[in-house]
Design a protein around this ligand. Structure first.
Ligand code: GDP
Ligand code: IMO
Ligand code: MG
Length: 432
């Protein structure tokens, strides 16, 4: 019996939330270990649609949910999200939600700096979600962050705000943006404190106890390997490590506890924001994928760029991400295509290569080399048994497994929780 860590393989929005929700019934606790409310995870359970950003996806099935120390927490965004899901009938009490006391906070200054810097970048924007994620992680590493536990200590909060504002107001003024007043920020934080502090806990201890009792932990990653700050398409990435290796760090557990690493991969590729995307389509096929797949960002409402499956990137993400097996999602979105292309190599500066170069300019220059597979006319939407899939869809899945080098153990054929094919239970898979 194993824990399971779920991470995204491509540029996010692979359907991690759907798969985590589906797997949550088999676990005792679900823990988020990185990212913040830049994540947008849509869960469909019958008539109910839940849109989660900071709350772990186990919240819908009433599992114990933990926001780990590796997550950057915007207290206002979190309270608003709690209110939203409570309006939908879920109960979010300190019995089922615990937040690490050492989690760094996102404050309005971070949002302002994120937006001011993006504006200053002009045509070289990253296309961030504008949620303050990058500045908040910078403050953590620079040892300036205000962390959840600081909300309980007015004196600490005061001197930390002085230090924080010295830095941020200088930057904001330099960028021509409005600066912040300490007193306003302080009273805002002191007002929020009693609402958020009841959720605070030493979450590493809770998780360790779950482990000791032999119960299962489900680690929920946000974003994806190609958005990882080290391994992604830098600088067009997020500001955290999204690979499985970060799950232990961001939850306060041993790296040995992360268990089976399940990579979530879409049957084609999408990307929101700027940055290289070798298989991007600008034609009717790309637009068709976007329409059938409803490819609009949950967080910002932006259209997602769409393209063919990139097996080179997926194989790379599996290797650096530490992925043991895959869940392939949105297979149904490929229904009805005459043929389906898969990128199996790149051409760059007259050479054929089998990996993405690291330099951004070279990443923009690569051209995909495609292999063409036969499509299928039948609908796969909602299929729940492997044997019911059209022969060509089975062939597509098998070919992806060959190209990527790890098995596809779960498939998703629709947004609803039920539209899932389990080939092998990741919790029951022993690791060699
Ligand atoms: P996440 O960020 O990885 O959790 O993914 P998002 O929730 O942002 O985006 C995935 C979208 O696809 C959501 O709207 C899901 O409801 C939907 N979805 C997930 N799996 C499937 C699937 O197999 N088929 C279809 N058609 N939609 C899916
Ligand atoms: P989920 O968990 C897709 C992208 C942004 C931008 C870059 C940096 O739903 O898969 P940031 O605000 O993090 O500094 O933005 O990362 N991005 C995502 N794209 N899905 C996400 O999360 C994302 N979170 C950040 O669009 O390109
Ligand atoms: Mg998303």
């Amino acid at each position: 019996m194993s824990n399971v860590t779920v991470i995204g393989v491509q540029w996010g929005d692979e359907g991690k939330g759907k798969i985590v929700d589906w797997l949550a019934s088999r676990a005792e606790v679900v823990v988020r270990f990185q990212g913040g409310h830049n994540a947008g995870h849509t869960l469909v359970v019958g008539e109910n649609i839940y849109k989660l950003s900071l709350l772990p996806s186990g919240i819908v099935s009433g599992k114990l949910c933990i926001i780990g120390n590796g997550v950057v927490v915007d207290p206002h965004a979190l309270l608003a999200e709690i209110a939203r899901v409570e309006d939908q009938g879920l109960k979010v009490t300190p019995d089922i939600l615990r937040i690490a006391e050492n989690a760094p906070l996102i404050l309005p200054v971070h949002v302002a700096l994120d937006c001011a810097r993006e504006a200053a970048r002009g045509t070289r924007q990253i296309g961030t979600t504008g949620r303050g994620i990058g500045p908040a992680y910078e403050d953590k590493v620079a040892r300036r962050a205000i962390r959840l536990c600081d909300l309980a200590e007015r004196k600490t909060l005061e001197w930390k705000l002085d230090e924080l504002l010295l830095h941020h107001n200088t930057l904001l003024a330099g960028l021509g943006a409005s600066t912040f007043e300490k007193e306003k920020l302080l009273s805002c934080l002191l007002e929020t404190a009693p609402k958020i502090l009841p959720f605070m806990a030493q979450t590493w201890d809770i998780l360790e106890n779950v482990n000791k009792r032999g119960k299962r932990i489900l680690f929920e990653g946000a974003q994806a390997v190609m958005l990882d700050v080290d391994h992604g398409t830098y600088p067009f990435v997020t500001s955290s490590n999204t690979v499985a290796a970060n799950a232990g760090v961001g939850a306060g557990l041993s790296p040995k506890s992360i268990g089976f690493v399940l990579g979530i991969v879409k049957a084609y590729c999408t990307r929101v924001g700027k940055g290289p995307f070798p298989t991007e389509l600008f034609d009717d096929i790309g637009r068709g994928l976007g329409e059938r797949g409803h490819e609009f960002g949950t967080v910002t409402g932006r259209s997602r760029r769409c393209g063919w499956f990139d097996a080179i990137l997926a194989r790379y993400a599996v290797r650096v991400g530490g992925i043991d097996g895959l869940a392939l999602t949105k297979l149904d979105v490929l229904d009805g295509l005459d043929e389906i292309k898969v990128c199996v190599g790149y051409e760059c500066d007259g050479q054929t290569i089998d990996r993405l170069p690291s330099a951004p300019a070279a990443q923009e220059r690569v051209r995909p080399v495609y292999e063409t597979l036969e499509g299928w006319k039948e609908t796969t939407h909602g299929i729940q048994r492997w044997d019911d899939l059209p022969m060509q869809a089975i062939h597509y899945v098998r070919r992806l497994e060959e190209l990527i080098g790890v098995p596809i153990i779960l498939l998703s054929t629709g947004a609803d929780r039920q539209d899932t094919i389990l080939k092998q239970d990741p919790f029951e898979t022993s690791l060699s």
